[in-house]
Design a protein around this ligand. Sequence first.
Ligand code: 2AM
Ligand code: CA
Ligand code: CA
Ligand code: CA
Length: 281
Amino acid sequence: MEDWSDCLDVAVQITRRAGQMVQSAVKQEKRVSSKSTPTDLVTEADHQVEELIISTLREKYPSHRFIGEESSAAGVKCELTDDPTWIIDPIDGTCNFVHSFPMVAVSIGFAVRKELELGVIYHCFDGTLYTARKGHGAFCNGVRLQVSKEKDVSKALILTEIGAKRDPATLDIFLGNMKKLLSAPTHGVRIIGSSTLALCHIASGAAEAYYQYGLHCWDIAAAAVIIREAGGYVIDTTGGALDLMSRRVVAAGSREIADYVVKQLQPINYGRDDTDPDDLP
Ligand code: 2AM
Ligand code: CA
Ligand code: CA
Ligand code: CA
């Protein structure tokens, strides 16, 4: 039985290298364009960093498969098979990157037989490195991570992100969900603009729960391993098992808070990641 520890070492090296590339790109002039909607931004750096990560990993592991945000946007089929598969977000928080708002990460997850095995996330502004290997714990700069064990939602800090859909009906549901969670009451709700870093804050116990509609498999793959290895829950917004391609997630330190969040949420419908990317917002 392979333990994938070599793959973790390689993933750490390339994530750091990619993260440092993003860090230096922050200071340079950015060529920004939009993809599916005017708020769905992409830069040259997103493409260059994804290219660096995939070409490096492909050279090392020619038989492995790759799913990457910008390759998917360019029409490469987003397909999770039983084969060893790397799931890559080259810049998570592109809008933050464009504004030099310091919440930007590189995220690399790895799945085998559709099971998530490894997760590596690098915070490009402060150099923090989050790593996890299934069954072997989660770490932040080498220090073991532990989720918050808070069960009482009135003492919870909740994180979320705004998806690409900004039509009034979708925003009403988004604000309705936030209103329910604010008036629970909870300690507060935060939006930081990077799904992967928000999820790392669940792993470290800095916040109790996270939910989002509209995120993609590359936003969640690495972070799901890190949260689970830190003792937390990563599930579907319906309360069932996480489906990486469903574009829905609830994560929490305790099952009690995960279940509470699930009960409050009214769904927002996005397509799936494993359908034609041209159809997806
Ligand atoms: P990205 O920067 O890699 O696109 C805030 O926008 C957070 O939600 C970011 O982590 C962003 O990832 C993520 N996100 C995922 N899907 C999104 C979408 N369809 N629209 C906007 N943000 C999305
Ligand atoms: Ca994007
Ligand atoms: Ca992302
Ligand atoms: Ca991205």
